[in-house]
Design a protein around this ligand. Sequence first.
Ligand SMILES: NC(=O)c1ccc[n+]([C@@H]2O[C@H](COP(=O)([O-])OP(=O)(O)OC[C@H]3O[C@@H](n4cnc5c(N)ncnc54)[C@H](O)[C@@H]3O)[C@@H](O)[C@H]2O)c1
Length: 373
Amino acid sequence: MIIGIVKEIKSSEYRVAATPGAVTELVRNGHEVIVEHDAGTGSGFTDEMYEAAGAIVADEAERVWTSVDMIYKVKEIFPEEFKYLREGLIIFTYIHSNAHLDQTKALMESKCISIAYEDISDDKGQWPLLSPMSELAGKGGFLAALHFSQTINGGTGKLLANVCGVETPVITIIGCGNAGLGACELAAAFGNRVNVLDINHDAMMDAKKRLPQNVTFMFSNRENLVECMKTSDVIINCVLWPKTRKDHLIYREDLKLMKKGAMIIDVACDEGGAIETCRSTTHTDPIYFVDGVMHYCVDNIPSAFAQTASATLSNATLPFALAIANKGVKQALKDDKHLRRGLTTFDGKLTLLETAKKLNLPYTSADEIVSTF
Ligand SMILES: NC(=O)c1ccc[n+]([C@@H]2O[C@H](COP(=O)([O-])OP(=O)(O)OC[C@H]3O[C@@H](n4cnc5c(N)ncnc54)[C@H](O)[C@@H]3O)[C@@H](O)[C@H]2O)c1
């Protein structure tokens, strides 16, 4: 198979889908890899490193898009890239089809085969291509709070750490999954008083074993959330919000409960999700204020740690990319129900139920499609 790795065009996106090490594996398995010039530079991987790994480096994105069987990338497909979509082309990337109607329609109309990292499942009911990025995003969310709490960056000037002789800051983390634990590890290590709220008792019990005494675990209900809103300097939301839910955990009117100068870091970053006032922001324009409360809602936090993020993402996606390339996409989808869970569009049909419901589009199950192979 010919596999193409393109340079990401999203603003401030520095990750690359495959490291030179991953390219070596693809080439060792008999595949040809074409990498767009400078695709890995933002992650510290030069064209020479890709060439040494056996890839061909192409000057233009167009050359990559038009000469490969599979596009292996990081972020969704942007309108400038729609012209390259074509029947049978395999797109393997984060897609977030429920949030981008124009992209979803373009994928369907082109009849390409698109598989979304974020919807690939595992035997534990987890999302293995999301979790490595979630941990990084949670850690990055705390670091963003640390940065934007500084006076010189528009914050109140409260250092989010335990400093002798002054009141210790309070940080509330909603959700103790991968992102929440990532945020919690750093917030606690800096000596803050950390509250973690979750609805899953077992998840909290597991986390409690690994985290220090300055972390308090609370069941996530309205009463505890209101108490945390009143007392926290920072709220970090790490709840994966179901795509079809219409309610919120924190409503706009709740912002008036919060302390002056408090901030919300919405790592989950679902518009219309757990935080009603969330709207996605970028690394170049990361914060905004609603009713005096600073919001940080960058939807690609891991990109700020591009080298680490590319390496962990590439480690997680490579087994699936290899399966697709080695077996062919149809056989790979047939053999692996978890990969099939990530199938988003095939031959013009939308195969993700959540997206079909949210965008009111016709749905065909991936199992039905695979049964015709
Ligand atoms: N901003 C970014 O750059 C970025 C990057 C990666 C992931 N994310 C997002 O981070 C979010 C979290 O990902 P994750 O892998 O940690 O998810 P996860 O499923 O591992 O964790 C979510 C946790 O939230 C808990 N939860 C569910 N409902 C709750 C409620 N009402 N109150 C409190 N807790 C509740 C769950 O029990 C679970 O423990 C996802 O939405 C993901 O898309 C964002």
